[in-house]
Design a protein around this ligand. Structure first.
Ligand code: FAD
Length: 564
């Protein structure tokens, strides 16, 4: 059903190929929609976003049982791991995007897409308010609202400036395709400006000083791409300034790539040192002005002003305003990130799910929940459970909280073994609950949230569509763990993340990879592994062919340095 509160709607008529305008009264439209839903008995699902999480949700969703509408300011999916390659023209922007309408084409139904931004989620009335972001003088209302039975929030996150002065005004970001395109033009601008007549050598040097703030995977990959672009292509085109180029990475921690295995960060630091990329660790940026980056060296406490050409800010992400507003509504106002439970349901409201970078599975209350589970099981309030009861509960906890499995295992090996056996090593008949809770509290602090990566987002999308597809079946035959605060079982197994490893391309046809099972691989062969994994992970054959042909074009003709 075509659902909108706007009075005048513009739609593209696919059959006629032209622009067709028609008006419809709001009451008429609502009546029709209600009628449509009663006839089809389909639940209304509204999905916010067209990124990694939402597209993987849509790809596998069985839309014969749902009426699906997608809202996003972006009518395409972007393959973000290749964004750093777009900044230097190794890969073209259009090669890494797929129109969302191509992804949504389904054989057994239709998914509606509205190019707009969700400005407010009204969780109590199950409604979202949207605003069209199409900048034009086309006629018609820009605002509309949608009702939902289930809402999937997958709006990702926004760049985090940590309120550092000057960052918004003077820095580039690397989050969206447009950001990468702007960086590409800006790099060329720096070179064209640096070679203009009547500049002093110092001015040329400053214009060609590229500063990257943040030594995480994005900052490091961009530094590596830029180094390759400069040394493989630009120095041949701008020979007079080739010795004046400088690339600096500023990192507040002690190492770059500090979320990776230490062997990888050491390899990256050594490679950058050989390549002449200046890595300044232990430095915090206090502010950015039109001419310099103001840096505080943590060890000495001194402030240094670093003259700069272009600055790329890549220091992490924070919550979007629309999600922050939802958090205030559902009693999560004091948190930094929207919290969900293990089934990815937003805590504090009904029928709202959040997947990808916009949310995190709440780990903080898991130990409290586990304590409550034990207290509920201890019906006679004796403070003990039989070993069988205890074992049963532990097995259920592992199914319910997969992320604590490893920690429980380690707890089991040490203190839990002691709880199960008396000092002589003989098996006890009963287990002391307080002792077990104490053992668990020691591992509580070791639990970390899942990283904000495409891998997590995509797996959450797939998991959730699976749950949606099995919703009716699961009501009859639930597959989840026992409910501790009621009778019966949960409908679904909780979300379980499987880590497939991570890459760090380091330039010069070399990459590092952290693979499952504590494997680390570095060098040229890893770069080939990177090429094959990233080619295979493309969402369509169209983008796969485009990306591979871009890589081939680059290796034959080099990168294009036109400023378009
Ligand atoms: P996104 O993919 O950001 O999608 C969010 C969607 O929501 C977008 O379509 C956006 O337009 C839309 N949206 C925003 N606001 C609204 C609103 N108000 N209403 C409706 N829609 C809205 N991860 C990896 O695993 N491996 C990598 O190699 C890797 N490399 C990366 C490189 C770069 C340069 C970047 C920036 C990220 C990289 N990541 C990588 C991280 C990965 O891109 C994110 O974790 C992933 O995009 C998160 O998916 P998501 O669906 O939550 O958000």
């Amino acid at each position: 059903g075509f659902r909108s509160s706007s009075k005048l709607l513009l739609v593209f008529s696919l059959s006629g190929g032209g622009l067709l305008a028609y008006s419809e009264s709001q009451s008429n439209s609502t009546a029709k929609n209600t009628e449509h839903n009663q006839l089809t008995n389909k639940k209304k699902v509204v999905v916010l976003g067209t990124g990694w999480a939402s597209t993987s949700f849509l790809k596998d969703l069985d839309i014969s049982s749902y009426d699906v509408q997608v809202v996003s300011p972006r009518n395409y999916f972007a393959f973000t791991p290749l964004l750093p390659s777009v900044t230097c023209g190794t890969v073209e922007a259009r090669s890494i995007v797929e129109p969302i309408r191509n992804i949504m084409k389904k054989k057994n139904g239709e998914i509606q897409f509205w190019e707009a931004e969700c400005t407010k989620i009204d969780a109590a009335n199950k409604k979202v308010f949207c605003h069209s972001v199409i900048e034009s003088n086309l006629v018609g209302n820009k605002d509309f609202s949608l009702e939902y039975d289930y809402l999937i929030v997958a709006t990702g996150a926004e760049v985090n400036t940590f309120n550092t002065p000057g960052v918004m005004e003077y820095c580039h970001f690397l989050k969206e395709v447009e950001d990468a395109q702007k960086i590409r033009r800006s790099v060329i601008d720096c070179f064209e400006k640096a070679i203009l007549p009547e500049l002093t050598e110092e001015e040329r040097r400053i214009n060609l000083h590229f500063v990257i703030v943040g030594g995480g995977p994005t900052g490091v990959e961009f530094a590596a791409e830029l180094h390759d672009f400069v040394h493989e292509d630009l120095v041949k085109l701008y020979p007079m300034v080739k010795d004046l180029v400088r690339i600096t990475v500023i990192q507040s921690g002690d190492h770059i790539l500090n979320t990776y295995d230490s062997r990888i960060s050491t390899f990256a630091e050594q490679k950058f040192a050989r390549d002449g990329i200046d890595v300044r660790t232990g430095c915090r940026v206090l502010g950015v002005s039109d001419k310099a980056v103001n840096v505080k060296v943590k060890s000495t406490g001194e402030s240094v002003s670093v003259p700069r050409g272009m600055v790329v800010w890549s220091t992490g992400v924070s919550t979007r305003p629309v999600v922050k507003d939802l958090m205030d509504q559902v009693g999560q106002g004091k948190r930094k990130v929207l919290a969900t439970d293990e089934w990815l349901r937003v805590k504090g409201c009904e029928d709202v799910y959040a997947i990808g970078d916009c949310a995190t599975i709440d780990q903080r209350k898991i130990m409290e929940d586990i304590a409550a589970i034990f207290n509920a099981a201890d019906k006679d309030k004796s403070g003990t459970l039989t070993v069988e009861e205890f074992q049963d509960i532990i097995d259920d906890i592992i199914i319910r909280y997969p992320q604590v499995e490893l920690h429980l295992q380690s707890a089991r090996l040490s203190s839990v073994t002691d709880l199960l056996n008396d000092p002589e090593g003989n098996a006890r008949k009963e287990v002391d609950i307080e002792g077990f809770k104490l053992a668990l509290s020691q591992v509580d602090s070791q639990m970390k949230s899942l990283p904000a990566t495409a891998q997590v987002a995509a797996q959450q999308g797939t998991y959730l569509s699976n749950c949606f597809n099995k919703r009716d079946l699961a009501k009859i035959t639930p597959e989840g763990p026992r409910r501790f605060k009621g009778t019966g079982r949960h409908e679904f197994l909780p979300f379980r993340y499987k880590h497939f490893g991570q890459f760090a391309p380091l330039g010069g046809e070399q990459a590092a990879a952290e693979l499952p099972g504590d494997w680390v691989s570095v060098g040229r062969s890893t770069q080939w592994l990177w090429y094959s994994v990233y080619a295979s992970k493309q969402v369509s054959w169209r983008t796969r062919v485009l990306v591979v042909s871009d890589w081939t074009r680059r290796s034959i003709f080099g990168r294009d340095s036109s400023r378009i």
